[in-house]
Design a binder for this molecule. Structure first.
Ligand code: PLP
Length: 419
């Protein structure tokens, strides 16, 4: 398998959450097609990760490829200051439509983290503009993850999050205990709001499924209570659907299962079907017009690659695929297969919990895994699964077939049972 690694890569290139002092081996991929990632030596791995939630149609999809090729012949990029273009206009229309026209002001950015930074700026500017400058803190729940940039790190889980090293430097916000699966623990959240509402600009949460902060599920009743109390105390609700958006939990957006609407929504990852980096922060008229008493409503943010036309074109094609292809049945089928297949893991001594939500299967182990040893094991079983901490989880592309999903789950069972 040695030709699947690259010594130059190892010595000179940082990979996510990696160290130059003790670099790990990274498997070298030569191409990807459908649900398969191909190693240099030709080995095909079934992809269980959708490249971190994003490649919902797998790889090398003819319709998505064509969208980019057609746009490429017109223009790859133009600045968005003073200029606009049809792919961005179409994408804004699509995003408004799939949010049931309840959110209708769109800010395009270039990564999930940046879209959350923009959401935070919007919320702060809104409160200043409403003559409430003391409302300049955020409230979130423990176990969350919202990205890696500095402002956003401050609302990731303060202890288990990947950013606890910088705790002393980051701004201090409020953290409520994590809701339980049944949506309990709202009382603590409520207490923080009652005591500090005059200092809180916005609540920020991942709805129903917290991702990288621990893959926790919670009930929609909790979110409904959050929405109500935010309304009561003039606190904005920011929902981060960068991981959960575009069908992953069973509906286009997770919030749509909860009979609520956020004030600000962040989307990214699967927005482009995982083809290119693009994100959006989408809000209501109330918030967008409510900024106007500060800086004449100008939102001071404008990334160079804002609304990149190639990314917008492929995003439009991916949303059309979702709408034309009954994604809900696909996600439901994956969900049922994951439930059937992963249930038996529950009986293993090594496992503390199995959780399924939409097309996401999560196995929480008793002990942290050693990535250096477990990663090659998955590859030996010809699947691509990237655990972290105590979590082995899969969120495969929606196009995965039953026999491929069976193989993924089989590999998980075999490998975990030998730990
Ligand atoms: C819920 C959530 N928010 C924000 C982000 C950050 O997105 P990006 O990595 O595109 O900056 C992620 C990435 O994993 C995420 O899962």
């Amino acid at each position: 398998m040695s030709n699947n690694f690259d010594e130059f890569d190892k010595q000179h290139i940082w990979h996510p959450y990696s160290s130059m002092s003790s670099p790990a081996d990274n498997f070298k991929i030569s191409r990807a097609d459908g649900v398969y990632l191909f190693l240099e030596d030709g080995t095909a791995l079934i992809d269980g990760m959708s490249s971190w939630w994003s490649a919902i149609w797998g790889y090398n999809h003819p319709i998505l490829n064509l969208a980019i090729k057609k746009q490429l012949d017109k223009m790859a990029h133009v600045m968005f200051g003073g200029l606009t273009h049809q792919p961005a206009i179409d994408l804004a229309k699509n995003l408004i439509e799939i949010n049931d026209k309840k959110l209708n002001k769109v800010f395009f950015a270039d990564s999930g983290s940046v879209s959350v930074e923009v959401a935070i700026k919007m919320a702060m500017q809104y409160q200043i503009s409403q003559d409430k400058p003391s409302k300049n803190k955020l409230l979130t729940i423990k176990g969350g993850y919202h990205g890696d940039t500095f402002g956003v790190m401050a609302v990731c889980d303060p202890i288990n999050g990947m950013h606890n090293l910088f705790t002393g430097i980051l701004p201090k916000h409020y953290f409520a205990p994590r809701p339980t699966k049944n949506g309990d623990n709202f009382v603590e959240f409520e207490k923080i709001i009652i005591k500090n509402h005059h200092k809180i600009a916005a609540v920020i949460l991942e709805p129903l499924l917290q991702g990288t902060g621990g893959m926790w599920l919670y009930d929609k009743s909790y979110l409904k209570s959050v929405r109500n109390i935010c309304d009561e105390y003039n606190i904005l609700l920011i929902l981060d659907e960068i991981a959960t958006g575009f069908g992953r939990t069973g509906s286009m957006f997770a919030y749509q299962q909860c009979d609520i609407v956020p004030d600000i929504l962040c989307v990214g990852k699967a927005l482009t079907g995982g083809y290119m980096t693009l994100s959006a922060t989408i809000t209501t008229e109330k918030i967008a017009y409510g900024l106007k008493n500060l800086n004449n409503g100008v939102l001071n943010h404008g990334p160079t690659f804002m609304a990149n036309p190639l990314a917008c074109s492929v995003a439009n094609a991916s949303i059309k695929l979702l709408l034309d292809n009954d994604y809900q049945t696909k996600v439901q089928n994956i969900s049922e297969l994951l439930s059937q297949n992963l249930k038996k893991c529950q009986k293993l001594n090594q496992v503390s919990d199995v959780r399924i939500k939409g097309a996401v299967g999560i196995i929480e182990l008793q002990q942290k895994v050693d990535l250096k040893t477990i990663q090659p094991e998955f590859v030996k079983h010809k699947v691509w699964i990237r655990p972290f901490g105590k979590l082995v989880y899969v969120m495969p592309p929606y196009i995965i077939k039953q026999h491929e999903l069976d193989k993924l789950c089989d590999a998980i069972y075999k490998i975990i049972s030998k730990l």
